[in-house]
Design a protein around this ligand. Structure first.
Ligand code: C2E
Ligand code: CA
Ligand code: CA
Ligand code: CA
Length: 277
């Protein structure tokens, strides 16, 4: 047993070394990836449940590695966050998304309401402090109206230093930008948080939506989140809607907006434009 244990240990430590090595390697390659044109944004449409109109889209980053193909965002965003690369990458993503959103408004019929673009902001970007300046510069340079930009923050970004986060969010919101809490319901803070942290909306995590037709607890939770958010004047988005039945039940429960594969997959910037004409 001792020998096996030792071998196990060696095996695990080698596997760990390899994982660390891979991260270091990825970090190195990610550093120049934007300039080499390997990174791009895809857009997933967001719909209003009341009338089925498309109202905006979420920008999602893609990395097409020359040898490895598509690298999962869950992997490379984490690398960017840990290494600090996100502090240069984040503003580049923000700028590109604002530029694309300005193009959308131009191809839309004159009378239609403008579409928002929703951009994910990582905890480190929020902590870096100059986010309000970065956002203001982006809006100024691209000409996107502030209310057409949504920033998606995770609960974990806000937890910890609530006073700092609240001040930052208040500053951002005072410029007209909308702030959303992403993956809502997965953190520990939950609903009580919403009283202290000023946000415009919450995105119910797709793990709840996945089971909303099968698991009464998830339906109850989803319904409670909607009711609570609405009582605070907060908008609710459901993400990960993959079935018509989920859409129907969310609509019936008064959820405001939804996105998911059933409604539309994330698509490249050019393809997204063809959805608008
Ligand atoms: P997220 O913000 O929760 O984004 C939603 C994820 O769900 C996306 O995965 C999207 O492709 C996927 N999705 C959309 N509809 C469905 C559905 O119906 N079913 C299922 N199962 N999944 C659906 P993706 O693109 O792989 O992104 C993963 C995460 O990476 C994002 O989660 C976000 O946290 C992060 N991320 C992506 N782009 C950026 C970025 O530009 N900046 C930052 N900071 N994070 C990003
Ligand atoms: Ca998101
Ligand atoms: Ca999410
Ligand atoms: Ca469940």
């Amino acid at each position: 047993a001792k020998v096996a244990g030792k071998n196990c240990y060696r095996f695990y430590s080698r596997a760990m070394d390899q994982a660390v090595e891979r991260r270091v390697h990825l970090e190195h390659e990610l550093r120049g990836a934007w300039d080499r044109g390997e990174l791009s944004l895809v857009y997933q449409p967001v719909y209003r449940l009341g009338d089925g109109a498309m109202v905006g889209a979420e920008a999602l980053l893609r990395w097409r590695h020359p040898e490895q193909g598509l690298v999962a965002p869950s992997v490379f965003i984490d690398v960017a966050e840990q290494s600090g690369l996100i502090e240069t990458l984040g503003p580049q993503v923000l700028r590109a998304a604002c530029q694309d959103a300005v193009r959308w408004q131009h191809v839309r019929p004159a009378a239609s309401e403008p579409l928002f673009v929703s951009v994910n902001v990582s905890p480190r970007q929020l902590r870096s402090g100059d986010l309000p300046n970065v956002v203001a510069a982006c809006l100024h340079d691209t000409g996107l109206a502030a209310h057409n930009l949504h920033l998606e923050l995770t609960e974990t970004a806000v937890i910890g230093d609530e006073i700092h986060a609240s001040n930052l969010l208040a500053r951002l919101r005072s410029t007209g930008v909308k702030v959303w809490l992403d993956d809502f319901g997965t953190g520990f803070s939950g609903l009580s948080h919403l009283r202290r942290v000023p946000v415009d909306g919450v995105k119910i995590d797709r793990s709840f939506i996945a089971d909303v037709l099968r698991d009464p607890d998830d339906l109850a939770l989803t319904t409670a989140i909607i009711a609570m958010a609405h009582s605070l004047g907060i908008t609710v988005v459901a993400e990960g809607v993959e079935k018509e039945g989920q859409y129907a039940v969310l609509r019936e429960r008064g959820c405001d907006l939804a996105q998911g594969y059933w409604l539309g997959h994330p698509v490249g910037a050019d393809e997204f434009m063809t959805l608008l004409g």
